[in-house]
Design a protein. Structure first.
Lengths: 349, 484
């Protein structure tokens, strides 16, 4: 799924919109089909098969595991989003805006899908024998890195300076701390967030280098850049640095009041995240970033003149107000991460 | 439409104002492009099926007319965006049809609004040639969602809500319990809290999507409405039948200011077609003169009382055609069955859209002459396809007449109107694109057969007017056809 979506975005950016049966689309459909088959089998097994009578959730008369139902619900939401998206393209045009209502819906559906897959493994890991714990822990970290990557890709695709925008600060504060804190709380490891974030960075770099090996030429005009290969995803955010800081604060503040703990996590996240992004964006937008490894010099789309224009942070009242709001959002996000992490530890069905 | 009553014979009054829809290349709701002309040594028909919205992907089709089975031909295309040739993608090979080697097709992605130029090159054993097709990519007014799809999506939204409530309830109540014993009261309460939270989140999300959709739709409708607008005034009211009228059409550009970019199309600044509603019994074809930027004046005599819909075809200096529409109310007067001398085109009387002409292959045009479908056969017409509509002017015995003269700079003219007046097209023998001319080199006579490349965009009952000129007089044949 994560390869398919990155591939598809790259296809759109490099070549343009193509038929329904591009390799990238086939990868996505295949992932959906496999996930549907596996999770449907889980449900059918609990409803009619060998696992009938075991503890399970019940939805519309069917029995199944929590992860299976969450994943199937996400697939249904994706199906609705794709129907909506096809109609949208017919009526308003192809990719007329990236952040369209059907794309929002699709994005949420994919996030829920990744979460559902995590829950499938988590519910198994919670009751698995200790000798499987290392393998399951690694699997969970990889699965969680997919969700982190999905969260970031929707906002980060459009250029290195995007991370300096005030809007990115606020949206990241709302969603990213949840991911970092949840995995820390669930796995009871202060470095789990950093590990998942590092895995995200590694597969992102891997995809970047692989994509650039494949030739591609723009077939949509107006063409502003003649780049003869698939445009890579943007260089990953160095999220493992703020993740490590968040994990450290979370553990150091274990005994303190909950509100202070999350407020400090929020503040730490915002300061470290923004500082790291500021530094990496300077690297990406400068001459050091203009190469195949960092891919900082590539455009967002070949048929647009440059990157998406964003309002960058300035030291003014609006930025300060949004920063204060973002600390609050990050604290809320951290709190919900802890709550979901604790709840996930207890899941057995 | 707004209207005011005349307040004095010498005062300029507004008779009708119509905001004009976004229209393409001199047509109303007939967006596809048809061109018939030689591409180098190859006679060809070039079709562009426009997408329903921009950005979107049009489909280019090239039909080579007389390709021999042993000939090898390559067709390549290139889209030049409004930003210019420097931003054009590379040439793309058009794919030949597996069943018909003379038929080629290629996608034409139109990613921005504006006037695109699509170059089509044909290379083969006879030589090579290139033609350019202008494509106006305009923002379309959004269409409503089909009932089936909206019903399906509503059902999915409901199903998602119901299943989400159940999943969230069980996640809170049962997911942590390893045994199948009944849940305790606190589990049930937690399950309810989860369900409420899930439903609340879902409702917020659906609300957010609905608001974002509404805002985007409103913006699109606003942008789509920014087209040429037309205001019609009568200098010598009242407008009554049989009395010469002095009309002025005030045309504003998309910036709301008087249109300055109009140029002559086949020698005329505007081709104005007037048809009475709802019968389409009267057709008037006149040519207003440009008196000042955005002002087009014409003097003509309405033949009968009624409500007339006006279609004004304009050519802009960019090469883009456009059509403005307006309406004119004509009061009772002294109706005349005679063709008014001040009408460049012609008037056809009492030919109602009542089925009398439906399927009839011939049309009496006066002076003992008959306009007819070639071979007297009305073709089977289907929406969404391509047709070559062929007519000829004959004597009473069915013999084609020589001596056809140029009319509006072309050998013949075809006007197409659907029964509901929602589809209108002015088609030339070269197709639907303005200012394209067929060379008459090597021949001192115009062809006796008028052939028009066209494809009906939608099904329905259509009226076709075919106009040809001979001995200084314009003859108009009327044909009604049903397109399935």
């Amino acid at each position: 799924m994560i390869v398919g979506w990155n591939w598809d975005i790259s296809w759109h950016r490099s070549i343009g919109r193509d038929t329904v049966w591009t390799p990238a689309h086939v990868a996505i459909y295949s992932a959906l089909a496999i996930a549907f088959a596996y999770n449907a089998a889980l449900v059918l097994g609990h409803t009619f098969g060998a696992r009938k009578g075991e503890p399970a959730l019940r939805v519309l008369g069917f029995a199944g595991t929590a992860g299976a139902f969450i994943t199937l619900w996400a697939i249904l939401l994706q199906f609705a989003a794709i129907l909506f998206d096809n109609w949208w393209h017919d009526v308003y045009g192809l990719d007329v805006i990236v952040f369209s209502p059907p794309h929002y819906t699709l994005s949420v559906a994919i996030a829920v899908f990744h979460f559902g897959q995590f829950v499938v493994v988590a519910s198994y890991a919670n009751t698995a024998p200790p000798e499987q714990s290392v393998a399951l822990r690694r699997t969970l970290l990889v699965l969680w890195s997919f969700l982190i990557g999905h969260q970031l890709i929707t906002d980060y695709t459009w250029g290195p300076m995007q991370v300096r925008s005030v809007l990115f600060m606020a949206t990241s504060a709302l969603f990213v701390p949840f991911s970092l804190v949840m995995i820390v709380e669930y796995l009871r490891s202060r470095w789990a967030g950093a590990q998942a974030a590092l895995i995200y960075a590694l597969w992102c770099v891997l995809l970047m280098q692989i994509f650039q090996l494949f030739p591609a030429s723009p077939q949509f005009g107006p063409v502003y850049h003649h780049i003869p290969f698939l445009l890579p995803p943007p260089f990953p955010l160095l999220l493992f640095i703020p993740a490590a800081a968040v994990g450290a604060v979370l553990y150091r503040m274990r005994s303190g009041p909950s509100w202070a703990r999350h407020l400090l996590v929020g503040l730490t996240f915002l300061v470290v995240f923004t500082s790291v992004n500021w530094a990496t964006s300077a690297l990406m937008a400068g001459p050091w970033g203009d190469n195949r490894f960092f891919a900082g010099g590539y455009p967002s789309f070949v048929y647009t003149p440059g990157y998406r224009v964003v309002t960058l942070m300035a030291l003014d009242g609006r930025t300060v107000a949004l920063a204060v709001l973002s600390v609050g959002l990050a604290a809320l996000s951290s709190w919900s991460g802890v709550a979901v992490g604790r709840w996930l530890r207890r899941i057995v069905r | 439409m707004t209207a005011t009553r005349p307040t004095g014979p010498r005062r300029l009054i507004v008779v009708a104002i119509l905001g004009c829809a976004a229209l393409s290349l001199g047509h109303v709701n007939s967006p596809h492009i048809f061109i018939e002309e030689p591409v180098g040594p190859y006679p060809a028909v070039v079709l562009v099926h426009m997408p329903p919205a921009i950005p979107g992907e049009a489909e280019l089709q090239v039909r080579l007319q007389d390709l021999r089975p042993d000939e090898t031909v390559d067709v390549v295309t290139r889209q030049i965006p409004p930003q210019g040739e420097a931003h054009a993608p590379d040439w793309m090979v058009a794919e030949p049809s597996p069943v018909d080697p003379s038929f080629f097709s290629a996608p034409v992605p139109l990613m921005v609004h504006g006037l695109w130029q699509v170059e089509v090159a044909v290379r083969g054993t006879r030589g090579e040639g290139t033609t350019t097709v202008p494509i106006a990519a305009r923002m379309a007014r959004p269409r409503s969602m089909a009932v089936l799809l909206s019903g399906g999506l509503a059902a999915l939204i409901l199903l998602l809500a119901v299943t989400l409530i159940q999943i969230m309830r069980d996640l809170g109540r049962d997911a942590h319990r390893a045994t199948i014993e009944s849940p305790q009261q606190r589990d049930i309460r937690r399950g309810r809290r989860f369900a409420v939270a899930g439903l609340l989140g879902y409702a917020l999300f659906i609300g957010f999507i609905a608001v974002a959709w509404r805002d985007f739709d409103g913006w699109t409708r606003f942008m789509a409405a920014r087209s040429l607008t037309c205001e019609l005034t009568v200098a010598n009211p009242p407008a009554t039948a049989g009395r010469p009228l002095e009309l002025t059409l005030h045309v504003n550009g998309r910036n709301g200011r008087p249109l300055k970019r109009a140029v002559a199309d086949h020698g005329k600044m505007m081709h104005l077609i007037m048809v009475d509603r709802p019968d389409a019994g009267h057709l008037l074809h006149v040519h207003p003169e440009a008196s000042s930027p955005g002002e087009f004046k014409v003097r003509f005599t309405p033949p009968a009382q009624g409500s007339y819909l006006l279609f004004g075809d304009l050519l802009l200096d960019s090469g883009e055609g456009d059509t403005v529409t307006a309406s004119l109310e004509v009061g009772p007067g002294a109706p005349s069955d005679e063709i008014a001398s001040d009408v460049d085109g012609s008037v056809v009387l009492h030919a109602l859209l009542d089925g009398e002409h439906l399927g009839r292959p011939t049309s009496d045009v006066g002076d003992g002459l008959v306009m007819q479908w070639v071979d007297g056969i009305v073709p089977d017409l289907k929406a969404g396809g391509f047709d070559r509509l062929e007519f000829e002017l004959t004597d009473g015995a069915g013999r084609p007449m020589d001596g056809i003269e140029l009319y509006d700079g072309v050998a013949a003219l075809l006007l197409i109107l659907r029964e509901d007046f929602e589809v209108f097209a002015r088609v030339l023998p070269t197709g639907t694109v303005a200012e394209r001319r067929i060379s008459t080199e090597g021949s001192d006579r115009l062809p006796r057969t008028a052939s028009f490349p066209y494809g009906f965009p939608q099904a329905g009952l259509y009226r076709l007017w075919v106009q040809m000129k001979r001995d200084g007089r314009v003859y108009t044949g009327v044909f009604d056809v049903r397109v399935s």
